[in-house]
Ligand binder design. Structure first.
Ligand code: FES
Length: 130
């Protein structure tokens, strides 16, 4: 009798694992690195040497520092307002946090810098990924 119960348990365990695998639950448990959709694709020539190329709707700014082009999130790390790009950096209109051109925090109430997005060069295009 005990052998039948063990066998039944083993069978049910195997059946459950097969159903979970068939439902594709595993894809939700693994990281999806490299499968993210790009936020933007722009021509590298469009990024000005001074100032920034701002995509207000996407809340992203592309900036150039010497030969490096980088993308910053314009979402304030305090409470999520959209920061404004100024000639010297970024200012949040909601509560006054100030960030430098690299996204570094200069003045709170925010406590973290602006996140940078990954920028990939594809020929003459720049692709910005979240
Ligand atoms: S949301 Fe930007 S300082 Fe508060």
């Amino acid at each position: 009798m005990a052998t039948v119960r063990k066998s039944r348990r083993r069978f049910l365990g195997t059946l459950t694992a097969a159903i979970v695998a068939a439902m594709g639950v595993g894809r939700f448990l693994s990281p999806r690195v490299g499968h993210r959709k790009p936020l933007l694709t722009v021509s590298a020539a469009e990024v000005p040497h001074e100032g920034a190329l701002v995509y207000r709707e996407a809340r992203v700014a592309l900036l150039r520092d010497g030969g490096e082009i980088y993308a910053l999130s314009l979402v304030c790390t305090h409470l999520g307002c959209t920061v404004t790009v100024t000639p010297t950096g970024m200012v949040c209109p909601c509560h006054g946090s100030i960030y430098d051109r690299g996204g570094g925090l200069l003045k709170g109430p925010a406590t973290r810098p602006l996140p940078r997005y990954r920028v990939e060069t594809q020929g003459v295009k720049l692709v910005v990924f979240p």
